[in-house]
Design a binder for this molecule. Sequence first.
Ligand code: CTP
Length: 446
Amino acid sequence: MVKVITYGTFDLFHEGHYRLLQRAKALGDYLIVGVTTEAYDRARGKLNVVDSLVTRIENVKKAGFADEVIIEESPGQKFSDIKKYHIDIFTVGSDWTGQFDYLSDYCQVVYLDRTKNISSTMLRERNYHIQRIGIIGTGRIAERFIPEAKLVSGVNVQGVYNPHKESAEKFAERWGVDAYTELEAFLGTVDIVYIASPHETHYRYVKAALEHGKHVLCEKPMTLKRQQAEELFDYAKAHGLILYEGIKTAYCPGFNKLLGIACSGAIGNIRNVEACFTKLENPNHRELTDRIYGGSFMELGSYVLLPVFKLLGTEFEKVSFDSICGKNGLDLFTRAAFKYANSMATVTCGLGVKSEGRLLISGTTGYIVAEAPWWKTAYFEVHHEDPREVEKYSERFLGDGLRYEISDLLTSINGSDKNEFKLTIEESEAMADVMERFLIKEQRQV
Ligand code: CTP
């Protein structure tokens, strides 16, 4: 019996897929088809897959050529599948010509002619109109956003808004987008607004964008008051708009893998979370000079709060803060301690004190540790009582990582709610709540 194997995403199943499978089957007697998982596709930079894994598998089965369907989860899997299933022929479309020649030591490699003028990418672009993104703000994060957005098919950065003409024009020229200094005119030209302006302007801009019927991706912290966050999410929901708080860690594949493992009983019941993020900042920068909206916790708090709320929930019993402040009164280093019914958490962030940035999750049977930069999760370990017993996990984190949240936002806009668990409204509102408590304790008038 000649055994054949092929792999693919098979999103929006089309004629090219059908013909590939038909010819793959004809190469032998038994055809195995590997369908990629969403996490694997994202990790290798293939974003915006529309169909779920279940739908893609069903479509492959419906075509009627596969004798067996398996899932493909990691880069080294092809080689091990060939061994495991005693494969004689490995085949894929000619768009991959040459790329799998290394497998020819183990089986025959056949590249089948790709069917012309059809692809999943083409269908995605045809079915869903390109979403035009407008950016508010022209700072460092806005600069990072554009190259990341270019990697997500289905969106196009259209223009930038900054009330200061010179800043808007300089940014627009550098990135080949349109410059706007009038908010109304700017909002009229886009579908999605990405807000990357100073913290204190977020609420106002999110509100204006939503009132103009735009979807919004807002940098963290989205708001500094719970009531404002609630108001914005309620409005978005009532008007069928998508509102995301942009904490990039929440959307990246490695962090989601870590959450999955932590919550799957690998370390028993979770009892303690410690998250630390420090980044030494120039004392003359806004982050350390803005007396009201600056400081470590405003800047980095969202990152460290994220694993706490994801793992322990938002229903904490109490929170207390301790800070070390600079001459101008801004916190250079802050620690927030949370008490839950059966667990606790400590989050630490610093702009003027350096520490070991680490995420440590302790459970009743073991602990998980992810070293800095855990907020761009690429590697973590699971430890147990026996120090020799260590499980190591890695996942790719591509570029600046903003591509993951942009891609998820687009999927949500295009009608799938499969991302809702990544950063829930409740979690975002709890973040605003903690920010508000911190500002009250600091007696800052916002
Ligand atoms: N394929 C093909 N002809 C096409 C499209 C795809 O023969 N017109 C083949 C690919 O070469 C691969 C398999 O179908 O062997 C699955 O490809 P997949 O990447 O899922 O499909 P694409 O349409 O190429 O997807 P995308 O546009 O997202 O890259």
